[in-house]
Write a protein of this length. Structure first.
Length: 278
């Protein structure tokens, strides 16, 4: 029998001070979520939105419940093997890696415990991903390429105007169309070969006249780039982009499958968001 998804009230508590009383703000299948957990999660996922943190915790509770239901376990040797792999990538022996963590103030037992939880999650998602991977065929990958031409465009270089000033306010005014006398500016051409993949993708999808986020320069000034035009824009042919297309399509299908999975878990769970305390 399906359980109802119950939202009693929206989350309405506030961060008053560090000495506040800890209380329950929500329950997931009668498992409590406290206000302290929400505040800690806000720091963990770097958000100032309490509801975003709460939804993250609700998903964590649903995930933990599903792991328990499926009896997904992690043996000590699996954690040890994972630590050996991490240490190897860091150019250290497991003992050296452990000592490094301890010197950094990390509780190694807690590190092992958290790593075990990560492995449990990987096992859970592995089964979910297997369903998504069944949808990945040569035909579906090619169709994804045809339906998303902007994802597979390329360019040779970007023409931009660089603005720099001593204060952030001056740069904010530049973005608003007011270039002050003390603002330094000059034209630049940026080859794509000098950009990392993420920045190149961002530049490709920016419109002419659009500004990048404001950058705080280590030397004590602020700067921003305005994209003026792009040179050598073209669509990458399928054979050249095939590996990238496959990777993007697989990631997209897995994300959709995981989202659908959690929506079904939510639909069959009793989720209560409790009234704010006065």
């Amino acid at each position: 029998m399906k359980k109802k998804l119950i939202f009693l009230l929206m989350l309405g508590f506030s961060v008053a001070n560090a000495g506040m009383v800890n209380w329950v703000v929500a329950k997931v299948n009668n498992e409590p979520i406290t206000n302290f957990e929400v505040f800690d999660t806000m720091k963990k996922i770097k958000t100032s939105n309490q509801d975003t943190a709460l939804q993250f915790l609700i998903n964590e509770k649903l995930q933990a419940s599903e792991i328990k239901k499926r009896d997904i376990r992690v043996a000590p040797y699996e954690v040890t093997n994972a630590i050996e792999e991490i240490a190897k990538k860091d150019g250290k022996t497991p003992e050296e890696f452990k000592n490094t963590l301890i010197k950094q103030g990390v509780n190694f037992d807690e590190f092992r415990s958290n790593l075990a939880k990560d492995i449990q999650t990987q096992k859970l998602l592995g089964g979910i991903f297997a369903k998504a991977d069944k949808k990945i065929t040569p035909e579906s990958v090619k169709q994804f390429y045809e339906n998303n031409p902007m994802l597979f465009m390329s360019f040779e270089s970007v023409n931009a105007t660089r603005f720099a000033a001593k204060t952030k306010k001056e740069i904010e005014n530049v973005i608003r169309g007011k270039v002050g006398a003390s603002v330094y500016s000059h034209k630049i051409t940026i080859p794509k070969s000098s950009l990392n993949e993420q920045t190149a993708f961002a530049f490709l999808n920016m419109k002419n006249g659009e500004f990048t986020p404001i950058m705080d320069h280590p030397q004590g000034f602020y700067e921003v780039l305005r994209i003026d035009s792009k040179n050598g824009v073209k669509k990458v042919d399928f054979e050249t982009a095939k590996d990238q297309v496959f990777e993007m399509f697989a990631k997209n299908e897995r994300r959709k499958t995981v989202d659908d999975y959690f929506e079904k878990l939510r639909a069959n769970a009793i989720i209560e968001v409790l009234p704010p305390r006065k």
